[in-house]
Ligand binder design. Structure first.
Ligand code: ADP
Length: 218
């Protein structure tokens, strides 16, 4: 098997990563401490094994040091998640991606050398909150603690005007980086392009400025 991806923890999150990687015809080694979970993935993963990844010998015997990408998707057991991450980095795994359960967990993971820390529940909660507050928001992507990108319908409020007329950057402090029109995407739109009601604007800015802009289009 190609030693590119290994996933530790076969709960909802880890399990869906294994399935998606397999859909993309990528080899995946799936590991869990729980026999039942491992059996569930026997026909899905390229190889599935029972193992407690907080044990360094287990990691060595599985040859995890030879994998390019290891995803740690251990759920509520924060201690096991941290210890597993530490051992993987000590073994020299190039890229360790870890699911964080809380902001504190994420901070510890950063400190001990996790390469990518993901926080799927928090991120999804934020995305859904934005869609609930403004019916014109289609998607929301956090870039940093202060900056995001939002995908939002132009609505009748911006229709038949140009970016130049609206002076969005000066008025709202946000920038339109692309316009989706049907299946077309106009990247770096010309400021004189006429906006249509059904256009979807892809807008970048600080969270404060984007919130004001979202409210305007609600
Ligand atoms: P989710 O929220 O993604 O559904 P879960 O908590 O259900 O997460 O899943 C985490 C998985 O991680 C469980 O299947 C659990 O058995 C596994 N796990 C927990 N500790 C270890 C460990 N030390 N070694 C390997 N797998 C572990």
């Amino acid at each position: 098997m190609n030693k590119e991806f290994a996933v530790i923890g076969l709960g909802r999150f880890g399990g869906s990563i294994v399935k998606e990687l397999r859909e993309m015809e990528t080899d995946v080694l799936a590991i869990d401490i729980d026999e039942e979970r491992v059996n569930e993935f026997a026909d899905i993963a390229t190889q599935s094994v029972i193992g407690n990844t907080t044990d360094e010998t287990v990691l060595k015997n599985l040859g995890l040091r030879n994998f390019d990408n290891v995803i740690v998707a251990i759920g509520d057991n924060i201690q096991s998640s941290i210890l597993t991450t530490l051992l993987l980095k000590d073994l020299g795994v190039k890229k360790v991606t870890v699911k964080a359960q809380s902001d504190y967990h994420a901070r510890v993971l950063d400190k001990i050398g996790a390469d990518v820390v993901v926080h799927p529940e928090r991120d999804m909660g934020r995305r859904i909150a934005h869609r609930l507050v403004s019916s014109s928001v289609l998607d929301y992507l956090e870039l940093s603690d202060e900056h995001s990108i939002v995908e939002i319908y132009a609505t009748e409020k911006l229709a038949e005007q140009t970016l130049l007329d609206l002076d969005i950057r000066a008025e709202y402090g946000v920038s339109v980086i692309a316009i989706k029109r049907g299946s077309d995407i106009i990247v770096s739109p010309d400021p004189t392009v006429n906006i249509k009601e059904t256009d979807v604007l892809i807008v970048i800015g600080t969270d404060d400025d984007l919130n004001k802009f979202e409210k305007l289009l609600n």
